[in-house]
Each structure stands twice: as C-alpha cells, then as structure tokens.
Design a protein around this ligand. Structure first.
Ligand code: OAD
Length: 267
C-alpha cells in the first residue's frame, strides 16, 4: 500500500448536494447500469461514530503515528502496543452500528444486475449491513493471523494474542503500510473496475494506492465515475459527478431518486 498526495487538477464538475436534485443524466445512467462497483473508505463509517484516518481534528492519523501502529516494524518493536490499539479499534467497531450509507450499499447489491463492493475498511460494518458481494482490500480487523508463520487459526489464543502452534504473536489480519494487498482481492477489484458501467468512490480521500487507482481504471474503460465524499479529494475535479456531503444522507437520496425513476419506467 502506498500513499500519494499529489494529483493533477482540472475543471470541477461539482453538483451541490444541498438541493438533492440529481441530474437526469446520472439517474438515467444508474437505471441503465448493468454492472456497478462501489469503492468505500473510512468516511462511510464516520456516521456510525468511527473515526476516519485523515480528518484534521478527529482522524486517527491526527492522534497516532501510522509508523508506530500500522507497519510490521512497529509490531516487531512493540507487539503489545499495536495489539492494544487494534483491540481498542475492534471494540469500537463492534459497538458501532451500520448507518444508512452501509444499508443503501447492501440494497444496491440486491437491485443491480451485477455489483461488487470494494472496501478499504476493516471494521466489518458492510458485512453487518448485509453486503455479501464484497472485497475487503485492506483485510478485516476481526480476523487474526500469526505474525511469524502461516499457522492455522484453530490454534490461536486470541485473548492473549499468542499463536499456540509456534508461540508467535498474533497480529490483526489487515494490510499495513509497506505490505502488499491480498493478490486475489486486488485482482477481483481491478477486473470489476475495468468492466463496470458505473464506479462509485464513497468516503475515501483517494490518496492511498492501489485503491486510489481503481476509479481511473474504471474511467479509462468507459465507466461513469461518481464520488460521494464530505471533503474534496484529488478525484473531485475529475469525476463525472461529485457530491460533497455525507454518504449517509446522499446515498439514500440518490437511491430514492433512482427507485422512483425505475417505477415511472415500469408504469
Ligand atoms: P481517510 O481518512 O483518508 O479519508 C476519509 C474520507 O472520508 C475523507 O476524505 C473525508 O472527507 C470523508 N468523510 C468523512 N466523513 C464522511 C461522511 N460522513 N460521508 C462521506 N465522506 C466522509 O480514509 P480512507 O480513504 O479510507 O489504511 O483511507 C485509506 C486507508 O488509509 C485506510 O484503509 C487506512 C489509512 O491509512 C491503514 O490503516 C493501513
């Protein structure tokens, strides 16, 4: 996983979400879409009370140093410190409930002829909202693996953070900085992005690669790219439609508009 902070800028096509008045062209495209891919990031879970990473005041990376918590070196230096931080995040994730944004995405999966959710989130909220056709690009905080060997999870002593097979430490089954994404997950996400009609980028700062490259692959292959994010990102000026606001508000409004357009078509 790599971080990129720069992006070329172009004329922005910003659609004010305040009116919740969606362009007909967008509604038409969504009604006609055969294959939809939705990429999500920490922003979709913000309305469930979970901190994002880069929001200035509340983001996790405004309070903690990623190099002390989200790298294999950090774990090797101080496994307990890292384990405790992830235990705290795990607890927060379990206490949180999926919000309207998660639920709309789960509903989209049922309605679209073909659908894939690609999430960078490790909190498990999409699954709890009912999403099934899903790729977790950065792993899942509720799973563990042995840091030292490829040991089977049957022998994990999760409570004490130890692997009974080899005596190694247990780490969360997430992707840390400097690590490769699971190859099968990335392949599936890339193939879906390159063959979809509509690509959503929701609640992500679009700066962590390779996830941040998926919208471009989709666009290069002819998909319409729709961004829903609270703050502008490098994608904002380049998306076909950009909605600045909360995903838990914009997604339900957008799906309602698509639903009523579909109904009119059938009547
Ligand atoms: P970021 O924290 O980088 O970005 C979250 C985005 O969500 C920001 O652009 C916010 O403006 C937006 N946002 C906040 N609240 C929102 C809301 N209610 N509705 C819509 N958007 C909202 O998080 P990610 O893009 O997910 O990796 O970060 C990607 C990766 O970087 C993470 O998977 C994580 C992080 O370091 C690791 O931990 C290894």
């Amino acid at each position: 996983m790599q971080l990129n902070t720069g992006e070329d800028s172009a004329e922005s096509y910003l659609w004010s979400h305040c009116a919740m008045n969606f362009p007909n062209s967008l509604i038409e495209s969504l009604c006609a879409a055969k294959k939809i891919v939705a990429l999500t990031g920490a922003g979709i879970s913000a309305e469930s009370g979970l901190a994002t990473f880069r929001d200035a005041q509340t983001g996790l990376w405004s309070k903690f140093k990623p190099e002390e918590l989200a790298t294999a070196d950090a774990f090797q230096r101080d496994p307990k410190f890292v384990q405790d931080w992830y235990a705290w995040r795990r607890e927060n994730a379990l206490k949180a409930e999926p919000n309207a944004g998660h639920l709309v995405i789960a509903e989209m999966e049922k309605r679209a002829p073909e659908f894939l959710l690609v999430t960078q989130n490790v909190d498990g909220l999409h699954g709890r909202a009912g999403s099934r056709r899903m790729v977790e690009l950065h792993g899942n905080i509720h799973r563990f693996r042995c840091f030292d060997n490829d040991c089977t999870s049957a022998n994990f002593d999760v409570e004490n953070g130890r692997c009974r097979s080899c005596g190694g430490n247990l780490r969360p089954d997430v992707v840390w900085f400097g690590e490769m994404l699971p190859a099968d997950a990335l392949e599936k996400a890339t193939a879906a992005a390159e063959t979809c009609d509509v690509f959503f980028s929701i609640g992500t700062s679009s700066i962590v690669y390779p996830a941040a490259d998926l919208w471009r692959r989709a666009k290069n292959c002819g998909a319409i790219v729709i961004e829903i994010n609270k703050d502008p990102t490098p994608l904002t000026p380049l998306a076909d439609y950009s909605f600045l606001g909360k995903s838990g508000e914009i997604l339900p409004a957008l799906m309602a508009a698509v639903g009523s357009a579909m109904e009119k078509r059938h009547n």
